[in-house]
Design a protein around this ligand. Sequence first.
Ligand code: GTP
Ligand code: MG
Length: 275
Amino acid sequence: MFKSLRNKIRSIFKPDDDSNLNGHKIDFISDLPEVEKKKVLRMVEEKREKELNNHPKIAIIGKTGVGKSSTINNLFRVNLGVSHFEACTKDAEPVIISNGKGKIIIYDMPGLGEDLDKDEQHKKLYKKVLPQCDVVLWILNIADREMSSQQTHIKEISEYLENTLVICANKADILEPSEWIETQNLPSIAQEENLKKRIADIRKKLCKIIPDLEEDRIVYYSAKRKYRMNDLFRAMMDACPIKRAWVLESRMDVAEFTELVDLEILKQLKNGRKE
Ligand SMILES: Nc1nc2c(ncn2[C@@H]2O[C@H](COP(=O)(O)OP(=O)(O)OP(=O)(O)O)[C@@H](O)[C@H]2O)c(=O)[nH]1
Ligand SMILES: [Mg+2]
């Protein structure tokens, strides 16, 4: 009984979070009478329920059409509207989505760069909304070489964020040379080399403004191809404050690139052969 109780508590109060137990170390519970243990268990359950009902909040930012909605759809298997022809997402009203595992609150932030006056309003909005979010996803098109305005804005937001930012480089499938291998749903070798070069370049540029930006906080992927969505999810988990990460993980339902792989190839991949 005590071991499972201790594990349960550990899963909720992370090691650096013993403060929630009023400074007591978890091992003090073994000395408690049965009634007291039950009280602690109830307290833990309440805390767990409270955290679970405090739904994960994710902010997504990026120029129009970079694939913000597509990214969320493939991280949680939900169905936010995707715009093929014109700007779709208009404001930062939170959208509550649910995927059967629970609710997630998405702040689809307006992108910057449309108009100077609007930019000022949007920056104020960022400052208000972003610090409340568990993670902030800055989404860009990996093939887009324009970085200077993004450097300015990312610097500004990183000054008030507590390391919750992930740089998401989407549309890996369209980077030159456009040689996506449809049957395997993977980039060609030349394309993969270019993807890594682009990421190194983006990182170099962003490190000028955030010198301690960790390597795994910049992820390339393709939402459309469901490619490397897991890597993106891992980066999100790393960026999420430790005491909220388990709540985020509980809503995880990431699309797999293998869903789009030719069935014959998939069999070969599973048998350890790949032509
Ligand atoms: N080739 C390719 N296209 C993508 C990818 N991700 C999204 N798209 C396409 O890009 C277009 C815009 O996608 P959205 O997800 O609506 O982009 P958004 O950033 O939410 O757009 P707004 O809400 O209008 O700002 C759609 O046609 C998507 O199908 C990708 O990884 N590769
Ligand atoms: Mg959108």
